[in-house]
Design a protein around this ligand. Structure first.
Ligand code: 3PG
Length: 222
């Protein structure tokens, strides 16, 4: 069987492309205290940022994502830092709208292809991208984007892989988000700059909304 032609992957990848394309920017959320989850999500939504990646990097991540889904209906919640099939199953079980991984192991790709959850594996090299494509994932996270060669590296990958689409993440911020989004094969960009750890710790929700507003304005000038 041609694994790239499996129907669930086909539908899921279209869903993911629409979702990411409409978002433009996807904040990478690391939530340390459960009580920060809802005010943080509300601050992001208030700044026009509605597609949120809650990373599985803290013990409260799953509860935090669940709370946001229950209390901030304007937000579209996905799960990030999916490292294996168990993480993927947890994301699906809580009703995440999408999943993102920093990498692409064969086991994870296989599980994701079977699950039907809109999923972006992470790639940094041509071989990793080939592996993701073989499982039907043509929209991938380019990670770590700046550290892996930046826009020049992405352009180089566009040559042999004209059908691949990317969500670059890693080292992206207010000053370079627009340049990345100007690339024809970039669907959205991700990063933590929209929700700095210091602002979350300080409960500076207005500051986070302000970063979102500035970023969104810089991407879509009036
Ligand atoms: C990620 O997992 O996508 C990165 O940790 C985000 O990278 P950044 O902190 O440089 O935005």
């Amino acid at each position: 069987m041609n694994i790239a032609s499996k129907q669930p992957v086909q539908n899921a990848r279209e869903t993911l492309a629409v979702l990411m394309g409409s978002a433009c920017v996807i904040p990478v959320l690391t939530i340390e205290r459960l009580e920060d989850a809802v005010p943080l999500a509300k601050a992001l939504v208030a700044g026009g940022v509605r597609v949120l990646e809650v990373t599985l990097r803290t013990p409260v991540a799953i509860e935090a994502a669940t709370a946001i889904m229950a209390e901030v209906p304007e937000a579209t919640v996905g799960i990030g830092t999916i490292l294996n099939a168990d993480d993927l199953a947890r994301a699906e079980a809580l009703g995440a709208k999408f999943g993102i991984s920093p990498g692409a192991t064969p086991d994870l790709l296989k599980a994701a292809a079977a699950s039907g959850l809109p999923f972006a594996p992470g790639i940094a090299t041509a071989s990793e991208l080939m592996q993701a494509l073989a499982y039907g994932f043509n929209l991938v996270k380019f990670f770590p984007a700046e550290q892996s060669g930046g826009i020049k590296a992405l352009r180089a990958l566009a040559g042999p892989f004209p059908d691949a689409r990317f969500c670059p993440t890693g080292g992206i911020g207010e000053t370079n988000a627009a340049s990345w989004l100007g690339e024809p094969n970039v669907v959205a960009v991700g990063g933590s700059w929209l929700c700095p750890a210091a602002d979350i710790r300080a409960g500076n929700w207005a500051g986070i909304t302000a970063i979102c507003n500035r970023t969104m304005k810089s991407l879509k000038p009036a």
